[in-house]
Design a protein around this ligand. Structure first.
Ligand code: NAD
Length: 368
């Protein structure tokens, strides 16, 4: 439930409800923390059963975005939005334009993008009304599909993990159990194959299974539930969250868990169990941040070269987090949170002197 006690204790700055009965718009924007910059995070459309469910989701997701941006070195805060509705029934130009007008009223404190059930065509309507949106089509100066950049970042995270576990960043000869042959999974599979790894993969969608085989010809399909039992060096979850849980954790035969899926640990304690079992976990919200990095540079002018330079920094940041995890003797997911919180605190505590920037409040008057 939404209470001020909860907002205070979890550090949420602002929660805004937008309603427009003319187009059936019911949207909630949550701005978690803007210490580092404007809050950036996608808009998700979902037929939530209740407002409480929608609030729960948007608060959790917006906080996650604060940590993701902070640990990735981005000058962005964390925010997220949800539109309550059935994506098959309730989408319309009017709904997205109305939503865009409301977003404009936030004056740039929140920047949106695509998320679950929101596509580029929906974002185009939002973009008609506000410029506080990224993930727009390349033709409008946007950055296009983020998945290849997400996959590249995950690959860098896997290389860092190999360096930590095997003393060599190369994945040559390693066996990877990849779950989820979707947009990110396919691109990751291709990176792994080209670098000499053997990819075992699974999926539930026939079309994506075929597409994966075409893109990664040396790969082998395994059963949906068998993916947890195969002998491998790396388990790469690229489908769903919470697949490292009480039912799967003792089945994993890998030395590394590193993939694209959000919230791979069902609960924080599963990260501690992985550490006890000697399995290295690469922090999901860092190594899957390539897509966020890619859209984040749209405002300054996107280029493939800039995006790749940023995404490749995931290797060094992941190594830094492994070092911190060793130094502090804490599991990797906790070290990742520590690094993110330390960065936010350091900027929050800045005590720069007065710079005479009152001029914008008194246009035309000499203030000093
Ligand atoms: P996608 O929808 O293109 O692919 C997901 C794939 O997982 C689909 O092929 C689906 O059939 C498969 N799948 C679903 N349930 C499964 C199951 N039980 N077992 C095996 N496969 C199953 O999504 P995506 O864009 O490739 O994203 C993959 C994951 O990475 C998601 O969790 C997403 O939230 C996360 N992520 C994606 C991006 C991005 O840039 N696309 C960025 C950050 C995080």
């Amino acid at each position: 439930m939404l209470t001020f006690d909860r907002l205070y204790s979890e550090g949420h700055e602002e929660v805004v409800f937008f309603s427009d009965p003319s187009c059936n718009l019911k949207a909630i924007v949550a701005i978690h923390d803007t210490t580092l910059g404007p809050a950036l995070g996608g808009t998700r459309m979902w037929p939530y059963a209740s407002i409480d469910d929608a609030v729960e989701d948007v608060l959790r997701l917006s906080k996650g975005m604060t940590y993701k941006a902070a640990v990735s070195g981005l000058n962005l805060g964390g925010g997220k939005a949800v539109i309550i509705g059935d994506p098959k029934e309730d989408k319309s130009e009017a709904l997205f334009r109305s939503y865009g007008r409301y977003l404009e009223s936030l004056n740039g404190r929140y920047i949106t993008a695509e998320d679950v059930n929101i596509g580029v065509e929906d974002i185009e309507h939002v973009f008609t009304e506000t410029s506080n949106v990224v993930g727009v089509a390349k033709i409008h100066g946007g950055s296009g599909n983020p998945s290849p950049y997400t996959a590249r970042g995950v690959f860098k995270g896997i290389e860092a993990s190999c360096n930590k576990v095997y003393g060599d960043r190369s994945v040559k000869g390693k066996v990877v159990a990849l779950q989820g042959a979707g947009s990110v999974g396919r691109n990751l599979g291709s990176y792994l194959e080209k670098a000499g790894a053997k990819v075992l993969f699974t999926d539930i969608n026939e079309t994506n299974i075929e597409l994966f085989k075409e893109k990664v010809p040396t790969s082998e399909f395994v059963g949906v539930d068998d993916i947890y039992d195969v002998n491998c060096d790396i388990y790469a979850p690229c489908a769903l969250g919470a697949t490292v849980n009480d039912k799967t954790i003792d089945r994993l035969k890998c030395k590394i868990v590193a993939g694209a899926a959000n919230n791979q640990l069902a609960e924080s304690r599963h990260g501690d169990i992985l550490k006890e079992k000697g399995i290295l976990y690469a922090p999901d919200y860092l190594i899957n941040a390539g897509g966020l990095m890619n859209v984040s540079i749209e405002f300054e002018g996107w280029s493939d070269e800039k995006a790749i330079r940023m995404v490749d920094s995931i290797y060094d940041t992941t190594m830094k987090i492994f070092k911190l995890s060793d130094e502090e003797n804490v599991a990797v997911h906790k070290a990742t949170d520590m690094l993110a919180e330390k960065r936010i605190e350091s900027i929050r505590n800045l005590k720069g002197g007065y710079l005479g920037n009152l001029r914008h409040r008194f246009p035309g008057r000499k203030v000093r």
